[in-house]
Design a protein around this ligand. Structure first.
Ligand SMILES: [Zn+2]
Length: 348
């Protein structure tokens, strides 16, 4: 089968479109004919390499996929050949205390599919091999490309805002990267809960995109002061929740924007890992800082109910041919994406 493979870390030039063996399934696994894969920042982290984390080579990236079941293992009961499915990308043992408490991301064997798995085990390929427990039904009203853009961001945002930050009606939620994959999903979750998403974006075009999605306000960080705008919008109170995933570049503004007793929740640090915190604010303003990483299958299924009902929409801006994965990653690295990107194999 064809796949996008890299054998060493580096720039997009390291991505090769080539033939690799089709995955062989175990008794509890299914083989998926991938109709579309979703692009995530994980794909770029894996290619570039992360300190202290082993990326298994040769590597096939891609943690989100949608497709059709074409083969099932002897023990598989919940899916059958012909089913249209999406991937839940958190692979874990499913039997330990963490897994059986709905906290599979704390499992000692936890791996993000296509990021920490391998060799040659990810969505950027014509076929994928997954445990049956990692497959969920694809809603019939959305396309494979749309479905492939959902799981990782939807689950991550749901856990951040709903489970961790306990979003409520009326909350002001400052959303960094408001037009990107995570941010655009965060705006939709705010709308679902009657909260007020304040999207921070880098251009007027992206501000319009965020407003059209239902953001309460949009701030262009290149022409406006985020701190001043948050003060104005919240009548000097500050944001109830700050939705962080950029890290170093935005950390100080995030803390400054938070109201007394407010909650900062973060799932990443795309601009750098070291953020400066004036600890006086932490205690004086009694702030809550929460880390969040991925989500459980239960959280993904809870969130998917709102995709089935049409209240949360997949936000795919462009689908590339699988062989053009390097172009898609380049667009993401340049910060040009609004919503999400998908990759489509030739056979789809
Ligand atoms: Zn486990």
């Amino acid at each position: 089968m064809k796949a996008i493979v890299f054998e060493e870390h580096g720039d997009v030039g390291k991505l090769q479109y080539k033939d690799v063996p089709e995955p062989k399934i175990g008794p509890n696994e299914a083989l998926i004919k991938i109709k579309a894969a979703g692009c995530n920042y994980n794909d770029i982290w894996a290619r570039k390499g992360l300190p202290g984390m082993e990326i298994i080579m040769p590597h096939v990236s891609g943690s989100d996929a949608a497709g059709e079941v074409v083969e099932v293992g002897s023990e598989v009961k919940s899916v059958k050949v012909g089913d249209e499915v999406m991937v839940h990308p958190g692979i874990s043992c499913r039997t330990c205390e963490a897994c059986t408490s709905g906290q599979e991301f704390f499992c000692r064997q936890y791996r993000i599919w296509g990021f920490q798995t391998g060799p040659l085990d990810g969505a950027d390929a014509e076929y994928g091999r997954l445990p049956e427990v990692n497959l969920i039904p694809k809603p019939s009203q959305i396309s494979f490309e749309e479905a492939a853009t959902l799981p990782l961001t939807l689950m991550t945002v749901w856990r951040m805002l709903v489970t961790r930050a306990r979003i409520q009606a009326g909350d002001y939620v400052l959303i960094w990267g408001g037009a990107g994959g995570l941010g655009s999903m965060a705006i939709q979750v705010c709308n679902l809960f009657g909260a007020r998403g304040i999207a921070v974006v880098g251009s007027d075009k992206k501000a319009k995109y965020a407003k059209d999605l239902g953001a309460f306000e949009a701030i262009n960080r290149n022409s406006q002061s985020v701190r001043d705008e948050v003060k104005r919008i919240t009548n000097r109170a500050g944001a109830d929740i700050v939705f962080e995933h950029t890290g170093e570049a935005t950390w100080k503004d995030s803390i400054a924007a938070l109201k007394r007793g407010g909650t900062l929740v973060t799932c990443g640090a795309t601009s750098g890992f070291i953020g400066q915190t004036d600890i006086r604010f932490l205690w004086n303003k009694q702030m809550n800082f929460y880390g969040s990483h991925m989500g459980s299958k239960g959280e993904l299924l809870q969130a998917m109910k709102f995709v089935h009902s049409g209240q949360i929409k997949p936000l795919m801006s462009e689908a590339f041919a699988l062989k053009d994965a390097s172009k898609a990653q380049k667009v993401m690295e340049d910060g040009e994406v609004m919503g999400k990107l998908a990759l489509v194999p030739d056979h789809a």
